[in-house]
Design a protein around this ligand. Structure first.
Ligand code: ADP
Ligand code: ZN
Length: 593
């Protein structure tokens, strides 16, 4: 049976160079082409924009896209134009306002981007009255809901415009909407419940790793050395971003720039622009970085400290690998991160404490688990994933689990008997029977807990402290010592088994290259030459390199070595417009090899 989307396959190939729809794109396109109202919830990188850009080419008339961020709009605009789509935007920074309006009236546009505050104005309404659009696409649709994490009142005012054109289909799109938010979007935008197309949250090309933070600059340097592409390192503080940028630049020899809200806007814009244009740039940033960045070839996202919540972790790591190529997410955490976050709970209004505590507990479960990280993340979002993913640290290199329930009781009791004021190092000295000066001078060598931990178990004390702090069985005192936390009883009584990952004997030398996610061929001269010509063409056209072709396309060129235009057109990602504009430049390079 042929669906409307199937009928568009030739157009999909000629415009975007793709042979198939991906995931649930076809369903969404089917609904759009049938004139129905739809809410598409798909993870970042799933290819949401194609579900209105392809109809924009196929349908008579213009698709109007409401989008909240000018930076995002302009990025999309460049991509659409490179594919030969007649696209324009109406924003405060566009000088060609009158021309764009005229082109719309004359039916000369396929795609028109507009910000919500302008879309709800009278000027825009009269433009729509002059010529009805073919589709209203509402991007980042969670902004319409107060339940969403990014409510924007302007989105609420879109409804009268939509309702004024009851026969024009609507397509709402978002990557982040829980059940509550989804239902609200449907109601707010007048979309029937059966119009929901919900794709899974999984980002299979992202490899998750979570490790204790021992020496962050060194750990990150190793990580970066194995990841030659562009990446983001999230740091908890503004100062931290600057210090980390310096250290990583010195240690890796790569371009590293800091980004945070304290920099002047010009500097921020430059850092962002350079990053988007680069093929190997690194940005050390606070969470302020990333919002408006639609860079598909980010190869890694690292967290130098604990993220705020699983939701923000997922959103931040989700900026990696939007192009579908292998990408890595590394989180470094320490017991201190939890201690600090927990101590801040007391400053919160009563009503928020329980929610924030639940967020921290969910993060504690993520860092502690010896099971699949991805499975844990997906379950958090209400999915029912397979037990093992094969592409996270615990799946690739399963840690042995040890039962530390009894050891935890010994540790708790040492904390108690030393007066709940000493740090992990001192408690460890007491437990392992090290009679150093501090221990002896305080008489702690006389305690019943002195020297009760022997041999192999001693190695478990540090990781166990991390786990107990993460779980809130222990917490930090004002002076950095350890004291009992709210969850101490269950551990003391042995009611809650404490299973921890056995610390690696020596595993700082991470997996070898061959075991790593296969990314770009390192040292392939043809691939490098193709990148070189891409850089030149990008500079000429004033666009980032990925707008010309993604890495995956260059890789396919390097391995298949197309000799003619029609060979080249067969490579996924090479559409007619790009073939025409740039095909010969790449073919010439291939011929030289
Ligand atoms: P989203 O907006 O959902 O985050 P994008 O629309 O930016 O995702 O698309 C992500 C990437 O997927 C883009 O690089 C795009 O070219 C690619 N893509 C989209 N649809 C397909 C497809 N059917 N086949 C191959 N690649 C696709
Ligand atoms: Zn896994």
């Amino acid at each position: 049976m042929s669906s409307p989307a199937d009928a568009l396959l030739p157009l999909l190939k000629s415009t975007f160079g793709f042979d198939h729809f991906r995931g649930r794109q076809a369903e969404v396109v089917d609904r759009v082409m049938a004139g129905e109202r739809t809410l598409a919830v798909m993870p970042t990188g799933a290819g949401k924009s194609l579900t209105y850009q392809l109809p924009a080419v196929a349908l008579d008339g213009c698709v109007v896209v409401v989008s909240p961020l000018i930076a995002l709009m302009h990025d999309q605009l460049r991509g659409a134009r490179a594919a030969g789509i007649r696209a324009a935007s109406l924003t405060s920074v566009d000088a060609d306002f009158a021309d764009t309006r005229q082109a719309y009236r004359d039916g000369q546009l396929d795609l028109l981007y507009i910000a919500p505050e302008r879309a709800t104005g009278e000027g825009f309404r009269s433009l729509m009255d002059a010529r009805a659009p073919a589709l209203f696409a509402i991007d980042e649709a969670h902004c319409v809901s107060e339940w969403g994490h990014d409510f924007r009142p302007d989105y609420r005012l879109l409804r009268p415009l939509l309702d004024a054109f009851p026969d024009v289909p609507r397509l709402a799109l978002t990557a982040t909407a829980d059940k509550h938010t989804r239902e609200d979007i449907l109601v707010q935008l007048g979309i029937p419940a059966e119009g929901l197309v919900l794709a899974g949250f999984d980002r299979p090309n992202i490899r998750y790793r979570v490790m204790p933070r021992v020496s962050p600059a060194k750990q990150l340097t190793e990580f970066i050395a194995a990841n030659p592409g562009p990446g983001i390192v999230y740091c908890p503080t503004r100062d931290g971003t600057e210090r980390m940028a310096e250290r990583l630049a010195a240690a890796t020899g790569r371009g590293v720039a800091a980004y945070h809200a304290g920099l002047d806007p010009e500097r921020r814009a430059r850092v962002q622009h350079d990053f988007v244009a680069s093929e190997d740039g690194i940005v050390t940033a606070t969470v302020a970085f990333g919002m408006g960045i639609d860079k598909p070839d980010v190869r890694f996202v690292a967290h130098a400290g604990l993220p705020k919540s699983i939701e923000s972790y997922y959103q931040e790591t989700g900026r990696a690998g939007r192009d579908g190529d292998p990408a890595e997410a590394l989180m470094l955490w320490a017991a201190d991160d939890f201690a600090r976050a927990r101590s801040r709970l007391s400053e919160l209004p009563e009503a928020r404490v329980a929610g924030e505590r639940a967020r921290l507990n969910a993060l504690a479960a993520l860092v502690e688990t010896v099971e699949c990280r991805r499975a844990l993340l997906l379950r958090h979002f209400g999915e029912n994933p397979p037990a093992r993913c094969g592409n996270c640290d615990t799946c690739l290199d399963p840690p042995k689990q040890v039962d530390a329930t009894v050891l935890a009781q010994k540790l708790m009791s040492a904390v108690y008997r030393t007066g709940q004021s000493f740090g992990a190092g001192h408690v460890e000295a007491v437990l392992t029977g090290r009679s150093d000066e501090r221990v002896v001078s305080r008489g702690h060598d006389k305690l019943s807990v002195f020297g009760i931990v022997e041999g192999e178990d001693a190695r478990l004390i540090k990781p166990l402290v991390r786990t107990l702090v993460a779980r809130e069985a222990l917490q930090a005192t004002e002076h950095g010592g350890l004291m009992f936390g709210p969850a101490c009883r269950a551990v003391m009584k042995g009611d809650a088994p404490v299973l921890i990952a056995e610390p690696p004997v020596k595993r700082t030398q991470r997996a070898s290259r061959s075991d790593r996610a296969a990314a770009n061929p390192v040292g392939d001269p043809l691939f490098d030459a193709l990148r070189g010509v891409r850089r030149e063409l990008a500079a000429e056209a004033g666009v980032p390199p990925y707008v010309i072709f993604h890495d995956a396309v260059l890789r396919a060129m390097a391995s298949e070595r197309p000799a003619t235009r029609s060979d080249l057109a067969a490579i996924p990602g090479v559409g007619a417009k790009k073939l025409e504009a740039w095909g010969d430049a790449f073919l010439n390079v291939i011929r030289r090899f």
